[in-house]
Design a protein around this ligand. Structure first.
Ligand SMILES: [Zn+2]
Length: 82
């Protein structure tokens, strides 16, 4: 979190950001969930009870490479989204 991240390809500076998911319900920040997706008749994919982390993406200012990190644990999105 302290030292700036460097691009593994070109050694450029990686800038923190996130990828926005556009859905019918609005905008969602992507989440990383442990395991394989299980289908649910309610929400499409089952999320409850799974380890869930928010995803940060870093972008290289020089070559545009994206790198994602899922460090911060968050609540899995509920039935009605969040
Ligand atoms: Zn780069």
């Amino acid at each position: 979190m302290d030292s700036p991240k460097m691009c593994p390809d070109c050694s450029g500076v990686m800038v923190e950001g996130f990828i926005l998911d556009m859905t019918y319900g609005g905008r969602l920040v992507p989440r990383w969930l442990r395991g394989k997706p299980e289908e649910s008749i309610w929400t499409g994919v089952k999320t409850s009870g799974k380890e869930c982390r928010s995803v940060e993406s870093y972008r290289c200012e020089q070559c545009g490479l994206l790198r994602s990190y899922a460090n911060q644990e968050v609540d899995a999105p509920g039935l009605f989204g969040k």
